[in-house]
Design a protein around this ligand. Sequence first.
Ligand code: SF4
Length: 194
Amino acid sequence: MKKKQILLHICCGPCTLYPLKVLREEGFEAIGFFYNPNIHPYREFRRRISALRQVAEKKDLEVIWNRDYGLRTFLREVIFREDDRCEVCYYLRLRETARLAAELKAEAFTTTLLYSPFQKHELIRDIGEALAAQFKVTFFYQDFRPGYRKGQEEAITLGIYRQPYCGCIFSEEERYDKKLRRRRQRHESFHRIS
Ligand code: SF4
């Protein structure tokens, strides 16, 4: 019997391992989709592509690649709303995934972003569900976060590069500037309360 195809949006190599395992156990034939205009600077972007190529080879995973470096596209979308940029970032990446899944006539789409405890999980789910309705393709929601440690351990064992920050140049700055990080955390807790 032909397996159900699922288009898996992939943010990076290490975050692919656990969700891929779960999807295969669920009986899906997963096809990866690398589309991340948010990853900067250029050398980091190339490095994450190499890491995913390694994972794809080791796990026999077909990947559809968008290797265009999206610095300008991304900055035009988030400028003047830098503190709320993650919503824009999720939407950009998932919209393209949902569009492609519909074009490929895949059964469903999902994302490795649901694996990271550092992302805004509920927001990703809400955006995925809204796009599913728009593009008429199922969003496969699963909380992959319980497998975070397992996936990271496997990445270490396989020698896959693990990046030190989320992706955009703003997240790189926050990773290394404590004051900025605290300001952003305050901004986020204010929005949670209000
Ligand atoms: S912090 Fe991560 S999710 Fe948020 S905008 Fe930057 S790259 Fe995207």
